[in-house]
Design a protein around this ligand. Structure first.
Ligand code: GLN
Length: 268
């Protein structure tokens, strides 16, 4: 199949730039074919084409082919052990960095860090503060550690669920941030675009609220802290209600004007 034919087929269906497609093909065929962009006569194998098309059609994320994602201007490694960072989560980090600067916050924890994008980006932008991050998945922590090392930042990573790894020193923590699993189980099961990402990074239980219910049990330990969470526009009100025992709750929009973030500040 000719490159031009392939590009027009794939592009029409998936709206990806030709350059990106060629980069992916280069990975699959294990040779750099991206320079063929200008040469429409180059043939690529039907096998490669079928492989790529089949995977993309089934919802296999392109980022798991390319093994990288750009997040707030930095390049992060991703693989099947971690959720692919979404663009909305950049807004969460921007909110956090503004808060850290305005309130002179010195110690932040990121729960369920996955590839580490939140913790690492915060540490990059506010290098003087202490940033710790956790994940229940050891494989995810390895990815996050690799990203921190590649980007030259010092984040302390811990394996464990929810607040568990931080309970010992919880008094010192001033901001808790998380993009937890918040998708309703039934939604994941119906959505082919979510089936290749780790279930534990997405599945928030039948109502998407498992993480928020769990953390609300610790409300007595969290009353003097700031909390910033990503959630779904469809369930944000429910999340706000669950977390209202902790402090003053505000719902904040993402750049697409979707009500996505929960911000909790102390009552006083
Ligand atoms: N934003 C992701 C999605 O809708 C979900 C991420 C999450 O559960 N934290 O696909």
């Amino acid at each position: 199949m000719k490159i031009t034919e392939l590009l027009s087929k794939i592009q029409g269906e998936f709206k990806i730039s030709p350059f990106r497609i060629l980069k992916i093909l280069s990975k699959i065929e294990d040779k750099d074919i991206s320079f063929f962009l200008k040469d429409s006569e180059v043939e690529i194998s039907h096998q490669t084409f079928d492989f790529l098309l089949k995977h993309l059609k089934e919802g296999y994320p392109i980022e798991y082919f390319t093994k990288k994602v750009s997040f707030l201007g930095n390049e992060f490694f991703v693989d099947e052990n971690v959720l692919i960072p979404r663009i909305e989560t950049e807004d969460l980090v921007i909110l956090a960095v503004n808060l850290i600067k305005n309130k002179n916050i010195k110690h932040v924890i990121d729960i369920g860090t996955g590839s580490g994008v939140i913790a690492i980006s915060i540490k990059k932008q506010t290098p003087k503060i202490k940033v710790q991050a956790s994940d229940i998945s050891e494989a995810a922590i390895k990815v996050a550690q690799y990203n921190a090392q590649r980007l030259g930042v010092n984040v302390e990573f811990k394996i464990g669920d929810c607040l568990d790894p931080f309970l010992k020193d919880i008094e010192e923590v001033e901001l808790i941030i998380s993009n937890p699993p918040y998708v309703e189980t039934s939604f994941i099961e119906q959505n082919r675009f979510l089936k290749y990402e780790p279930r534990i990074s997405l599945d928030g239980g039948y109502d998407g609220q498992s993480f928020f219910k769990k953390i609300s049990k610790y409300s007595h330990l969290l009353k003097s802290k700031y909390l910033l969470f990503e959630t779904s526009e469809f369930t944000v009100k429910k999340t706000a209600e669950i977390l209202s025992t902790i402090g003053k709750v505000q719902i904040l929009p993402d750049s697409f004007k979707k009500e996505r973030f929960i911000f909790i500040s102390p009552h006083y």
